[in-house]
Design a protein around this ligand. Structure first.
Ligand SMILES: Nc1c(NC[C@H](O)[C@H](O)[C@H](O)CO)[nH]c(=O)[nH]c1=O
Ligand SMILES: CC(=O)[C@@H](O)COP(=O)(O)O
Length: 154
């Protein structure tokens, strides 16, 4: 699937920062592949995609804030996989990442897309990283392109 509007690929000229949490890397690397595929498939040049790896999803908001404030990007995509374990740690990590990412978009006035999986099981994460439930990284790329184009128009 490739979306063209008025004869142009919808992502042409867009500059994107991507932050990826390394924790559960076997999942997050699939999300990254999906996001890059979605961006390039819609005309975003490889030179206009900057990828930053961070230790885990908890470090995403700070890095997203730095990218969003840099003035180098039209939008930022946040990717990671927070998978429930034996302790309440899942609740704290997932809640803070979601709140942090949402706040940065509002504070910086550029699209900051939440592409962080928060799942109860590894199987749920695998399903959303390029198998039965699609690839949430690809979906995040499409959301970024839509939001960048929308904010240019309103
Ligand atoms: N358990 C998961 C984590 N935990 C690590 C934190 O994100 C953070 O890196 C650490 O607490 C140091 O500040 N991260 C994930 O992305 N996914 C998890 O399932
Ligand atoms: C989301 C987490 O922090 C979690 O994967 C950590 O696992 P555990 O709660 O068993 O320490």
């Amino acid at each position: 699937m490739t979306i063209v509007y008025e004869g142009k690929l919808i992502g042409e000229g867009i500059k994107v920062g991507i932050i990826v949490g390394r924790f559960n890397e076997f999942i997050s690397q699939k999300l990254l592949a999906g996001a890059v595929d979605g961006l390039k498939r819609h005309g975003v040049k490889g030179d206009n995609i900057n990828i930053a790896w961070v230790p885990g999803s908890f470090e995403i908001p700070l890095t997203a804030q730095r990218m969003a404030n840099s003035g180098k990007y039209d939008g930022v995509i946040c990717l990671g996989a927070v998978i429930r374990g034996e302790t309440p740690h899942f609740e704290y990590v997932s809640a803070e990442v979601a709140k942090g990412v949402a706040k940065i978009g509002l504070d910086t006035n550029i699209p900051v897309i939440f592409g962080v999986l928060t799942t109860d099981t590894i199987e749920q994460a695998i399903s959303r990283a390029g198998t039965k439930s699609g690839n949430k990284g690809f979906d995040a790329a499409m959301s970024l392109i839509e939001m960048v184009n929308l904010l240019k128009e309103i």
